[in-house]
Design a protein around this ligand. Structure first.
Ligand code: DGJ
Length: 736
């Protein structure tokens, strides 16, 4: 169905109260409606966001109790409530009072439509446009604002949120992600109570370790995976953010999201404009998973770089060898991953540095030349080895950073972020510094790092772009004294400009956004990146929890998920390779170990997993997610599935999260299948001596979705192979 945007005329024909001059703007997608009133000379009101309204309901909306709240509240007149924008005008006036001046709609080449409601302050030449971009195929509406200062002097933006949404007061629950390094993507679900709930980030460079700029609001009480009215919101920004929900004495929970304005007031000189990052909104009556499916489709089709291209199965060298890089070791790893069916080898940290070789994390960032002691024949020889093995080659860089021990810092100490009159705070390795991307010269350097590598070595297929430090001092050596508060924002503007240049020159290189593990899982950075590194913690059991949360907002295709060694390097837990593979296969599969240390049996299991993953890759990477049993519910099992849009093929994952004798686990009921279709069940990654009782059998979608299948609690393997872990991956293929 086509997206429709209608300006429906006056209230008289629509039955609105005679005192209100309605100019209804209907920003709809096939299944959702956002209804505004944009009467010229009045203030922009939001009437409804949620399920798509029929013409009949739209006509009676006012009588039904529409919200009629300012769609984008500004600060100053009756300033009791929270505002989305607060401004100090050129003459010092802190009040803003805008009125609608026009409404315009434009169709974009990607099938989206942008509706812009223009507003201007009633007494100042200060323009504020509120924009809505609708994606009909995905039921997502992005909103953002742009402002222009036409006043005589500088206007200061004190707060400049991307969007506001009133949500009717009720039994509304907030789902959010929290965590820390090596424990990213944890799920928290709590009811909204009176007062303010704030989610914010102040790292400066990375923004998804401790919290996330995405939330869901379940409108029907405790969140359910596949039922219930649910709103999803994702702030598409890579820097500091602030999301908050103010539940006051009105009938609404007031949701705001945007750049974190703390210590970041932005000065607009006469004639200058400011555009906020978009806030993506979606709505589904199919619960949390319904919102996830919308975000995943929208992300793949419109935000993730090359979101519709299959990702390769890779081996990354980090946990295999850490800094101990040398040519024979790299060659051995390439041979091993190729022999297991992998498609790409990535050489992680430790390959560079001439005057200061990178042997540990305290030197060399910024000196992106090969260390010829470790790699005497250079990068090209590694690419040749990869080619000989029939695989691709990738490389690690951390271009936004330097160390005090580096040639770059020796030559250009003025390029780092530091406060005047104080020594720069040093991070990782005791010497790491952040380059000042607000400075165009630094932007050039970062561009050149990538451009030089990929131009000189066209065989580089993949870049792991790391960022292992926060902005540690508030100080730019480039920005003027009166614009120091621009640092956090201009850093990300500089990063975006640089990434634009990189992508224009090198559209086909796969680039991973890594930042101390999962510090850059956000929709602000992903337009330039093909994926993100989910976490530095590769423990398969803990990954179930982290990937579960991450999947709320991000699709499997973007979620780097690797089979690591046992005992695990972070938790020291010993987990059989079958379970490790079954978890890693639910994201973008890779390996993070030294294959030389694997037994032949383990290699065999991984080889099988890689071959099985190749068969299901399109389902996992492009399918619709249905989360079934949450690990957070403590039922002893976690389970989810991916289903093709045509519902003719699906993969079902079942992981036991705890083991007790004679424990009782729930029988998992499936979702997302076509009840009228018949599916044949095949187990993947099988290690059991005999097949499952339902192997090769056929069931209707209806049966699988009302009853599920009885999964045995343990594997039937030789005695010495028994372990306390159990997992299953089942493929369900339509029988035509
Ligand atoms: C942090 C990343 O998250 C790791 O995967 C690894 O690339 C190291 N940096 C290398 O220093």
């Amino acid at each position: 169905m086509k997206q429709s945007l209608l300006i429906l005329g006056s209230m008289l024909t629509l039955g609105f109260p005679a005192t209100i001059n309605a100019e209804i703007v209907n920003v709809s997608t096939p299944n959702t409606s956002l209804i505004l009133n944009a009467e010229k000379g009045g203030s922009l009101k939001i009437l409804h966001y949620g399920d798509r309204l029929s013409a009949t309901d739209l006509n009676s909306l006012s009588e039904a109790g529409a919200s009629w709240r300012d769609a984008y509240p500004v600060y100053g007149i009756l300033p009791q409530g929270e505002a989305a924008m607060s401004v100090t005008h050129a003459d010092g006036n802190m009040t803003t009072d805008v009125e609608v001046t026009g409404v315009e709609t434009k169709n974009d080449t990607d099938g989206s439509t942008v509706t812009t409601i223009s507003m201007r302050d009633k007494v100042y030449p200060f323009d504020l446009n509120v924009n809505y971009r609708t994606y009909p195929g995905e039921d997502v509406i992005e909103t953002w604002v742009d402002v222009k200062n036409n006043e005589k002097g500088t206007v200061k933006l004190n707060r400049f949120m991307s969007g506001y949404l009133p949500v009717r007061y009720g039994n509304v629950w907030l789902s959010q992600l929290y965590g820390s390094w090596a424990n990213e993507g944890r799920v928290s679900e709590t009811p909204l109570t009176h007062g303010v709930r704030m989610i914010k980030n102040k790292d400066g460079a990375r923004n998804s370790h401790t919290s996330h700029g995405e939330i869901m609001l379940s409108l029907d009480g405790k969140p359910q995976e596949n039922t219930g009215r649910t709103i999803g919101a994702a702030l598409c920004y890579s820097g500091n953010y602030k999301l908050f929900i103010d539940t006051d004495d009105s009938n609404y929970h007031h949701f705001f999201a945007g750049i974190n304005e703390e210590n970041s007031a932005y000065n607009l000189k006469k004639g200058e404009s400011f555009v906020t990052p978009p806030l993506a909104l979606t709505y589904s009556d199919e619960g949390l998973s319904g919102v996830s499916r919308n975000f995943h489709r929208w992300g793949r089709n419109h935000r993730l770089h090359d979101g519709n291209k299959e990702r390769k199965i890779l081996l990354n060298s980090w946990e295999g060898v850490y800094f101990d890089i040398d040519e024979p070791t790299m060659a051995g790893m390439m041979e091993d991953i190729a022999s297991m069916g992998g498609e790409l080898f990535v050489m992680d940290d430790g390959w560079f540095g001439d005057k200061y070789p990178r042997d540990n994390d305290s030197t060399s960032l910024g000196d992106w030349v090969v260390d010829t002691d470790k790699l005497p024949n250079g990068i090209q020889s590694l690419i040749d080895t990869a080619e000989k093995n029939g695989i691709k080659f990738g490389i690690w860089i951390e271009p936004e950073m330097t160390n005090t021990v580096s040639e770059l810092y020796e030559k250009h100490p003025e390029y780092i972020i530091k406060a005047p009159k104080r020594p720069a705070t040093q991070g990782r390795g005791g010497t790491q510094l952040v380059l000042d991307l607000a400075n165009p010269k630094v932007q050039d350097i970062v561009f050149q790092v990538v451009d030089t590598l990929t131009t000189k070595y066209p065989g580089i297929d993949y870049i792991k772009w790391d960022a292992n430090a926060p902005i540690m001092d508030h100080g730019s050596q480039y920005l003027t004294a009166d614009n120091q508060s621009h640092l956090y924002i201009d850093y990300h503007k500089g990063l975006e400009k640089t990434l634009d240049r990189i992508r224009a020159a090198h559209p086909n290189v796969t680039i991973q956004a890594c930042a101390s593990g999962g510090g850059r899982a956000n929709w602000g950075i992903l337009p330039w990146f093909d994926e993100f590194w989910t976490s530095d913690n590769n423990d398969a059991l803990q990954r179930i929890y982290m990937q579960w949360g991450t999947s709320y907002f991000f699709p499997a295709i973007a979620m780097g998920s690797h089979i690591s060694a046992s005992p695990n390097h972070q938790t020291f837990r010993r987990i059989p390779v079958k379970f490790r593979a079954d978890v890693a296969m639910s994201g973008r599969l890779g390996l993070e170990l030294q294959p030389k240390n694997m037994t032949d049996e383990e290699k065999g299991i991984v080889k099988q997993a890689i071959s099985d993953y190749k068969a299901i890759r399109p389902i996992v990477q492009f399918g619709d997610i249905y989360r079934l049993v949450s690990p957070y519910d403590g039922k002893g099992v976690a389970s989810l599935m991916y289903v093709t849009p045509e519902k003719d093929d699906a993969v079902f994952y079942w992981w036991k999260t705890e083991t007790f004798m004679n424990q009782q686990l729930p029988r998992v009921v499936m979702a997302g299948l076509n009840p009228d279709k018949t599916y044949k069940v095949t187990e993947l990654n099988r290690i059991d001596n005999e097949p499952l009782s339902f192997e090769g059998k056929t069931f209707t979608g209806k049966y699988l979705m009302s009853n599920g299948l009885e999964i045995p609690l343990t594997h039937k393997v030789d005695y010495h192979k028994n372990s306390d872990y159990s997992s299953r991956v089942l493929r369900l293929t339509e029988v035509k």
